[in-house]
Design a protein around this ligand. Sequence first.
Ligand code: 2AM
Ligand code: CA
Length: 257
Amino acid sequence: MILEKIDQLAREWLEEAGNRIFMALEQSTVEVEAKSDRNDLVTNVDKATEQYFAEKIATYFPDHRLLGEEGYGEEITSLEGIVWILDPIDGTVNFVEQKRNFAISLGIYQEGVGELAYIYDIVGGEFYYAKRGEGAFVNDVEIPKLAEDNKLEDSLVIINTTAIRKFPQMLSVIQKARGLRLYGAATLEYMAVATGRADAYVSANLAPWDIGAGKIIAEEVGAIVTRVSGSEMVITEKGDSFVASPSVHREILRFEI
Ligand code: 2AM
Ligand code: CA
């Protein structure tokens, strides 16, 4: 019941937030600030979008908590109750530089279990959605389950530059693969694996809001999500991330990274 209500409202709010972001691009009202370093950007639109969700959640679901990148939610270290994990704009550098290849990411966790997920690629016109146990969809078309027998040598892999520096064995992985691709937005890189456009994505440093929704959608189609070492990924902790189709996940683990 509660998940149905969340699903209905989350879709309305995502559509409204998407329209506002689109208008900000159209009307050139985006203002950029640097955060921790010159490549870590935030804009007035990231902040306004998170604030919009924070106000809506507080009004409609006062006992739910929000874990968001821009800090309008709460400090959250455990996932009791219902937690909304939000990245108002994932791929902010793309948003600023390319005006595309970014997404709103929203994952809903209940007692630590990922139940609902939404990734909205606004300019690309792709709305990804999953409900645990009921499949994953893009624009209402079900995403097929991933093949169980893909090979690294036939695969495209996505490995961000920090991960290549941190794990030098990744150079051998890239050499064996068919090719390397980089998108610059973790959510869309997760969706590339979920839809079979790539077979693996490795990143050295992701936060809960980068992966909260992507993990739910990727797992729903049979992708394996772990740390680079192969250990379990705890969603509330920042760190490296490794998502891949099952056989390619096993094959990359054999490089003993
Ligand atoms: P962002 O756009 O929301 O900041 C870029 O390679 C990807 O990594 C984006 O999804 C970006 O999310 C994320 N990212 C960049 N710097 C990060 C950091 N310091 N910690 C966590 N995620 C980061
Ligand atoms: Ca962000």
